[in-house]
Design a protein around this ligand. Structure first.
Ligand code: XUL
Length: 519
């Protein structure tokens, strides 16, 4: 007898689904749908809308809903046993916010299974486009929030992060300040994660602790909305947010729309959705304190689990509540895929050719170095894209390929150390983790082995499916994740000790150059 669990991931560029069988420990289905190529009518590139002001980055929430319809329809066509799925949950790009009228709940309650959901929800948004995590247009609002709450260190202590442009608090404040009528007309504010969970539940459900900690609004110690943060953000905000939810709390059975339209069992249980990084933590098997992972995706993120709040709360790092209800520290580097792709495309290389260039060059790049801020950056904060090159002619193909990867790894390693993370091994995930030449540079720069999982590089969707297993089956976290998060022993990437020495010195130089370029 199989016991199937469905995990979804609504990421910046795509929606993915993973089905696992908890009985056999097998991943039985995996599929992704890319918004830009599969849903071209929404006009997004890489998952977001073009905007005359580059710091404004929005995406249409209806696109996420239509993607869900298409993916679930595809699963049915692929003969996934929808009727045997015991529970479903998901993860989503963090920080993006969705704004709806009081009609949202009514529409969800009365929706018709013959018509796709995106056609029925068209009238319920008070903002047709949602600011997503790449938006950095709220510097003014961040300054106001920091001032009202007593400064950066205080905001970091309370909410786990300094006031950050992409975090939902500042985004909500900007909306309330600049479009007060539309804000007043908004009855519920959700994150992408709780919006998707609401669809599955057939009613507005609250934001889970993991994603709520990416808003600058939650007191990460008592896991409740912080009254001071709410009031300096916008009026009557508490009424628009439900209380934050334990991500492992069952929300009840799936909305009838989903059983009738896609064949889910009416007894299928729904859980709150999480942020994608907290979900990846589970999908990578990081359920014990001290373990570290790096996700190489649209953004590169580095994260690790703590039992208690970290002693030193770096102003660069974000402290989130983890799905296990421990804490996790996260560093987000926005120029991840963008920087790698910029160099690859500038020289018109395939990924194989890019990797061959990495293999053909030496650790340390003969002193050539890059600061890879092709666009504005989060860690460290860089407002406008600018690439700095040292002893590196911009036309040298191989040296530029190595320089961008070395720079990304050195920045991650330096900032991880500052945040108190000292990895003894790293689990790598995300698209670029398929690339062994990149992983070798990671191992050499961090000075520790790098592993990838046997099963999938989509750790966020896998993490969601595993959270559903944990909520239903009577197993510990370790028992839940172990069958699905085995590392590929044979392909463990070990550091080369000569290269490690080169990078120890080079990381210091990188930090100095980073600091002086930020002045
Ligand atoms: C994390 C962050 C990004 C998004 C990407 O703080 O902004 O990693 O979660 O989906």
């Amino acid at each position: 007898m199989s016991r199937y669990y469905l995990g979804l991931d609504s990421s910046t560029q795509s929606l993915s689904a993973i089905v696992i069988d908890a009985e056999s420990g097998q991943l039985v289905y995996e599929k992704s749908l890319n918004y830009s190529s599969e849903l071209p009518d929404y006009g997004v590139t890489d998952g977001f809308l073009p905007n005359a002001t580059p710091s404004v980055v929005h995406a249409p929430p209806l696109m996420w809903v239509e993607a869900l319809d298409q993916l679930l329809t595809q699963m049915k066509a692929d003969h996934v046993p929808m009727n045997e799925i015991v529970a479903v949950t998901g993860s989503a790009q963090q920080h993006g916010s969705v704004y709806v009228t009081a009609g949202f709940d009514e529409l969800l309650k009365n929706c018709n299974p013959q018509t796709p959901l995106h056609k029925q929800l068209q009238t319920c948004f008070t903002r047709n486009t949602s600011p997503i995590w790449m938006d950095s247009s709220t510097t003014e609002q961040c300054a106001a929030m920091a001032k009202a709450l007593g400064g950066d260190t205080k905001v970091n202590q309370i909410t786990g992060s300094i006031a950050v442009e992409r975090f939902s608090g500042a985004q909500i404040k900007k909306f309330a300040d600049t479009q007060p009528d539309a804000y007043d007309n908004t009855s519920a504010i959700m994150l992408v994660s709780s919006f998707m969970a609401s669809l599955f539940s057939g009613r507005h459900v609250g934001i889970d602790f993991t994603d709520a900690s990416g808003m600058n609004l939650l007191d990460i110690r008592n896991k409740q909305w912080h009254a001071g943060a709410l009031s300096c953000c916008a009026d009557h905000l508490q009424a628009k947010l439900k209380p934050a939810l334990n991500p492992q709390k069952l929300l009840g059975t799936i909305a009838p729309f989903f059983s009738q339209r896609y064949g889910f069992n009416s007894a299928c249980q729904v859980l709150p959705w999480c942020g994608d990084n907290p979900s990846s933590l589970i999908g990578l098997g990081l359920v014990e304190p001290g373990m570290t992972a790096i996700s190489l995706g649209t953004s590169d993120t580095l994260f690790g689990l703590f039992e208690d709040l970290p002693k030193s709360m770096s102003l660069w790092a974000h402290t989130f509540i983890a799905p296990t209800l421990d804490y996790m520290s996260l560093l987000c580097f926005k120029n991840g895929a963008l920087a790698r792709e910029s160099i690859r495309q500038q020289f018109q290389l395939t990924w194989e050719q890019f990797s061959a260039r990495l293999d053909a060059t030496v650790p340390g790049n003969k002193g050539a170095m890059m600061l890879p801020w092709f666009d504005s950056e989060i860690v460290p904060k860089v407002e406008k894209g600018r690439v700095h090159r040292f002893s590196l002619p911009s036309t040298e193909i191989a040296a530029n390929c190595r320089a961008v990867i070395e720079a990304q790894m050195m920045a991650m390693s330096n900032h991880a150390t500052a945040a108190g993370l000292e990895p003894s091994s790293i689990r790598a995930t995300g698209g670029a983790s398929q690339n062994t030449a990149i992983l070798q540079i990671m191992a050499n720069v961090f000075g520790c082995p790098v592993d990838v999982l046997q099963t999938t590089s989509n750790s966020a969707a896998l993490g969601a499916a595993l959270r559903a297993v944990f909520a239903i089956e009577n197993k510990s976290w370790i028992e839940t994740v172990q069958p699905f998060t085995k590392v590929q022993q044979a392909s463990r990437v070990l550091p080369d000790m000569d290269a490690v020495k080169i990078y120890q010195a080079m990381k210091k130089l990188y930090a100095e150059r980073e600091a002086s370029c930020l002045l």
